[in-house]
Design a protein around this ligand. Structure first.
Ligand code: HEC
Ligand code: HEC
Length: 344
């Protein structure tokens, strides 16, 4: 074999090996990403873009005020539950971030739920409802708590009869709906109220809209880290989450040190697909400072703890105390207002 020929062969082998390495590398990334990522539907995707991975909230939609107020009344109505003791607001406390301070809420039968209660504020912007995304619309979602024995434990027949017996409800429904009190109209009113629960005017949104004094240096530094470290690859868009499914434990097994519950299987319970094991809807981080405890299992009691867990299990990164301080400060700028007052 002549030398130049051997050289050319060697060069070809090198190039081929490099290409193979690159392919394997890309393939490796592919399995860790695409198997757990579900592309957001176009309705969500169009709100993501324009350079920044995060956007301000869209304007609160124009909604019929009489439906909003009927929906609000129903949201606070314990007679919607079998025991007349539990309303939507018992678990989604609007005076506490639309969520629950308890790790697991307790329903009409005094039995605890199996996952932590998420906020109803801005839920209308999520591409799916529930931690495992088993409901795609708010209408579908709202039926579940009413009938769930762990939540309101009602039956349609009895709860509609209770409303029928109240002249105020009869009048309020008749004023809006030609067919008065029905299952569909009750859901419609509740959901219309939920669509009004958009928390405008968070300091971060003011910052994104050009008011640079709305955030201090530490908070801006936290936002930079949020983007640089890759938090924004999952928590993104105008709801800063709520537009994709991802595994909890991308870089390490979050569940290794404790007993698994059925709820820990996440989206697997919906699809039965192996790749959906431990996969959850990426939650919105809006108002996250006022919705402790955190995660589907309510296992993190402080924001700092939740941020540290995210660094370790989602990014394979041990965050420094400065990282955690800056990221948490940034997350605290995501608290918006409802009816002119910051959530708390
Ligand atoms: C007993 C407590 C309890 C009551 C009462 C309750 N919820 Fe919930 N809610 C939860 C829990 C827990 C979840 C999460 C369940 C899951 O993901 O599997 C949830 C989830 C939701 C979600 C989905 C939010 C998201 O981001 O995924 C919405 C919307 C919601 N509830 C609205 C309502 C409405 C409307 C009512 C009244 C009809 C209601 N809830 C009553 C505990 C409750
Ligand atoms: C690979 C996707 C991914 C990345 C990257 C990621 N997260 Fe998350 N995040 C999730 C998922 C999924 C959950 C829900 C986990 C669960 O409870 O099952 C979550 C939950 C959270 C929560 C708790 C929210 C709540 O209401 O319970 C916080 C806070 C959070 N993430 C912050 C961050 C921060 C800060 C970073 C960057 C350091 C980050 N996340 C990176 C996917 C991700």
């Amino acid at each position: 074999m002549k030398l130049p020929y051997a050289k050319a062969l060697w060069a070809t082998v090198c190039v081929a090996l490099a290409l193979l390495g690159l392919l394997l590398l890309l393939g490796g990334f592919d399995t860790s990403e695409s198997s757990t990522t579900v592309a957001p539907p176009s309705g969500v995707a169009h709100r993501v873009g324009n350079g920044e991975p995060l956007q301000p909230l869209p304007p609160t939609p124009e909604l019929a005020p009489e439906k909003v107020s009927l929906g609000e009344k129903l949201f606070y109505e314990p007679r919607l539950s079998g025991s007349n003791s539990v309303a939507c607001t018992s678990c989604h406390n609007l005076a506490h971030g639309g969520a629950d301070v308890r790790r697991y809420s307790t329903g009409a039968n005094n039995t605890p739920g199996v996952v932590n209660t998420p906020s109803v504020f801005n839920a209308s912007l999520n591409f799916a409802q529930f931690w495992d995304g088993r409901a795609t619309t708010l209408e579908q979602q709202a039926v579940e708590p009413l009938l769930d024995p762990n939540e309101m434990a009602a039956s349609w027949a009895s709860l509609l009869a209770k409303l029928q017996a109240d002249p105020n409800y009869v009048q309020a429904f008749n004023a809006i709906y030609s067919d008065g009190i029905t299952q569909a109209n009750l859901i419609d009113a509740l959901v219309t109220f939920e669509r009004s629960l958009i928390t405008q005017n968070a300091p971060f949104d003011r910052y994104l809209k050009g008011d640079h004094a709305a955030l201090n240096a530490l908070e801006i530094d936290g936002y930079r880290r949020f983007k640089d470290y890759g938090c924004a690859s999952c928590h993104q868009g105008d709801n800063i989450g709520g537009n994709m499914f991802q595994r909890f434990g991308v870089m390490a097994n979050y569940f290794a040190t404790r007993t698994l519950t059925r709820a820990d299987l996440g989206r697997f319970n919906v699809t039965g697909r192996e790749e959906d094991r431990y996969v959850f809807k990426v939650p919105s981080l809006r108002n996250v400072a006022v919705t402790a405890p955190y995660f589907h299992d309510g296992s993190a009691t402080t924001l700092e703890q939740a941020v540290t867990v995210m660094g370790r299990y989602q990014l394979g990164r041990e965050l420094s105390p400065e990282d955690v301080r800056a990221l948490s400060a940034f997350l605290r700028t995501l608290t918006g207002e409802w009816r002119g007052r910051p959530l708390q």
